[in-house]
Unconditional design. Structure first.
Length: 235
């Protein structure tokens, strides 16, 4: 793939054949190019871009086609591939133990899994007027016990993330695990005991998790002095 240039140094558009890429690989390629501010467009089985970005296109294509480690998903998040260094400059610098803060994608995946496994059942139990103390005990046991023992909930285990003490990079203490659980759960506890409108509960819980969008730590992480990191170490 070589760009043709005029004597004045201007480049012509180039067309890159992407017919061999799977749909997920094309999406990942587009994400990488957008992150690198490379203007491009798709036309059937071709990627059209300015010839001045030929080097960037070659690197991005090689990065997308790079194989992953055994056991890893075929298409990882757009900031990292297991067999190549980051192509997109990342804000997730490695910690002293070599692990990096978990991406928003992994945290969302873990949260959705946990919600299905414990959030939905306890919510249904609350509607069925089960004892609030029992509901809180089940919810607390699900999150606090495995977090204090191993640094994960089931959702985090599946998403390959771990909760660690921000100061020591070790599994958080039981006290930190309790604080981390109770901060986002306070609105739900209040709702179970004295009642709160559903929209108020939703806004309060969303507020706790909102900072994850810009620095990957919610208010519960800050209060407990914990971090959510990727289980594997950066290479």
């Amino acid at each position: 793939m070589t760009a043709r240039r005029t004597p004045e140094g201007e480049s012509h558009p180039i067309a890159l054949d992407i017919s061999h890429l799977a749909v997920e690989q094309r999406q990942l390629l587009g994400t990488v190019l957008r992150a690198g501010d490379v203007p491009f467009g798709f036309a059937r089985n071709e990627l059209i871009a300015d010839g001045s970005f030929a080097d960037e296109l070659e690197r991005a294509l090689a990065w997308v086609l790079a194989p992953t480690r055994p056991g890893e998903p075929a298409f990882d998040d757009p900031e990292y591939r297991g067999t190549l260094p980051p192509l997109v400059k990342t804000s997730r610098s490695a910690l002293p133990d070599g692990r990096r803060p978990a991406t928003r994608y992994r945290r969302l995946t873990a949260g959705l899994i946990d919600e299905v496994l414990v959030g939905v059942p306890t919510g249904l139990a609350a509607r069925a007027e089960a004892a609030p103390s029992l509901i809180m005990a089940v919810h607390m046991f699900y999150f606090v016990v495995p977090t204090a023992l191993f640094g994960w909930s089931i959702g985090k285990l599946v998403a390959r993330t771990r909760v660690i003490d921000a100061g020591t990079c070790r599994t958080p203490s039981p006290l930190r695990a309790v604080v981390r659980w109770v901060i986002p759960y306070i609105p739900i506890i209040v709702a179970l005991t004295i009642g709160l409108p559903g929209d108020v509960i939703g806004l309060a819980v969303a507020f706790v998790y909102l900072p994850i969008m810009w620095d990957l730590r919610g208010w519960h992480d800050r209060a407990a002095r914990t971090l959510v990191v990727e289980a594997r170490r950066a290479t």
